[in-house]
Design a protein around this ligand. Structure first.
Ligand SMILES: Cc1cc2nc3c(=O)[nH]c(=O)nc-3n(C[C@H](O)[C@H](O)[C@H](O)COP(=O)(O)OP(=O)(O)OC[C@H]3O[C@@H](n4cnc5c(N)ncnc54)[C@H](O)[C@@H]3O)c2cc1C
Length: 389
């Protein structure tokens, strides 16, 4: 009986398989060795260091869920979450690059791409091609389906006209999933997802935003002036782009949860090592009980946030409903990230307020978690809808 019971008892959410643990540790070791020395310069220059992206491809974190038959890692969504968390512990800007690539772009290609699309794009995505996901516009953010970008069929191909705003990886990407309405009279039922390559005629990448945080991650405007897209580049069905957008974002926001717990862990790491070193009143400030309690509370909140993120990712991999859990994990982990980064700034004192030390950047970076892939208010709306019907 005892044996039977233990066989049926699920593992703790934070218990990683050998493979998951080795993967996470190798990504973190890479981030610590290769990314950490570049963080400040990339933040100042608002640019990813040359050569870093190629190393991320070599590491195998840019095509995590792509099946091995297309040249990818053949791993799970949970692996993507572990990679985003591990990278974001060092730099949330690079964390979001890895996140958008895996949890939005590759995820959508795997789920909605036909075999021809998969064969054409997945090997490139695993090898050297960065993806971007273009839904938002100047006039439509939370109300994304009110988009003004249009597509019309002409001479056997599609032509897209309009502008997208805030597109992560805009500078680096070569493949863009672009949402446009082909039949505005039908409202959201006209929305269609298109695969647009950087070189397609009529497509240009516009202005890059100058941001508060995650500054090394590019956020760009995209301009479409009768951009010509082959018919074979419709992702999913014409008029079903709203499903591609909703379902991909439902999963993608677990990735943002992962980015935020990684950020919070990074801030806590810095706070622990600094408070052990810094002496006031003749002893390390970590010896003051008030400081110990602040660190303990931060660690407790981080553990709760991590459980929400891991649970959502495990549910998704097990094909169980996860919509509410994903919304909860994004809200909570982004708030925890802001609180823990804020505490780290406080515990560094004056040194926390200057750029010579790493925590003010994490405080700036944390803010985005409550905004992109659906603001906190929109996540609350999703949860309330589940509660109240
Ligand atoms: C750095 C960065 C990267 C981004 N990357 C991408 C990307 O790669 N691809 C992409 O498509 N988009 C991207 N975005 C866009 C992002 O998803 C939107 O900014 C976000 O969805 C909010 O839209 P908005 O900015 O238009 O704000 P609005 O929708 O105008 O919201 C403003 C405020 O009103 C509140 N609000 C709006 N509607 C309601 C409501 N019904 N009830 C209660 N409150 C409401 C919101 O919560 C928010 O506080 C990015 C944005 C940033 C800043």
């Amino acid at each position: 009986m005892t044996t039977q019971h233990s066989e049926l008892t699920p593992q703790a959410l934070t218990t990683l398989s050998e493979d998951e643990r080795l993967f996470r540790d190798s990504v973190y070791e890479f981030a610590d060795r290769e990314i950490r020395p570049l963080v400040r310069e990339m933040d100042e220059q608002a640019k990813i260091a040359p050569g870093l992206i190629a190393k991320l491809f070599d590491l195998g974190v840019m095509g995590i869920e792509i099946p091995e038959s297309y040249g990818g890692g053949g791993a799970s969504f949970f692996h993507s979450v572990l990679a985003v968390e591990a990278v974001s512990r060092v730099d949330p800007s690079i964390g979001v690059l890895v996140d958008v690539q895996n949890t939005l772009v590759i995820n959508a290609l795997l789920k909605w791409g036909n075999e021809e699309i998969k064969q054409r794009y997945l090997p490139k995505m695993a090898a050297n091609t960065i993806g971007a996901y273009a839904l938002s516009e100047a006039g439509s953010g939370s109300d994304a389906f009110a988009m003004a970008t249009r597509a019309a069929e002409r001479d056997g191909e599609w032509q897209i006209s309009g502008r997208k705003l805030w597109i992560t990886n805009g500078n680096e990407a070569n493949l863009f999933i672009v949402f446009a309405n082909v039949n505005p009279a039908e409202g959201y039922r006209g929305i269609t997802a298109f695969l647009v390559e950087r070189g397609f005629p009529g497509f240009t990448v516009g202005k890059k935003e100058d941001k508060l945080g995650i500054r090394a991650s590019s956020t760009c405007e995209l301009l479409f002036d009768g951009c010509r897209v082959p018919r074979a580049n419709v992702l999913g069905e014409v008029g079903k782009g709203y499903k591609v957008a909703i379902e991909t974002l439902n999963e993608g926001r677990i990735g943002i949860g992962a980015q935020m717990i990684g950020l919070a862990q990074g801030a806590l790491d810095h706070a622990i090592s600094y408070t052990r070193e810094r002496k006031q009143f003749g002893k390390a400030i970590a010896e003051f009980q008030a400081v110990q309690h602040q660190l303990a509370r931060a660690a407790t909140e981080l553990e709760a946030a991590r459980l929400l993120v891991y649970n959502s990712a495990r549910l998704r991999d097990q094909k169980q409903p996860f919509l509410t859990e994903a919304a909860m994990c994004k809200i909570f982990s982004s708030e925890v990230a802001e609180r823990v980064a804020s505490l780290a700034v406080n515990l560094f004192g004056g040194y926390g307020f200057v750029k010579d030390y790493p925590v003010e950047k994490l405080y700036r970076d944390a803010k985005i978690g409550q905004i992109y892939e659906g603001t906190t208010n929109l996540q609350l709306q999703t949860i309330a809808k589940q509660l109240l019907g």
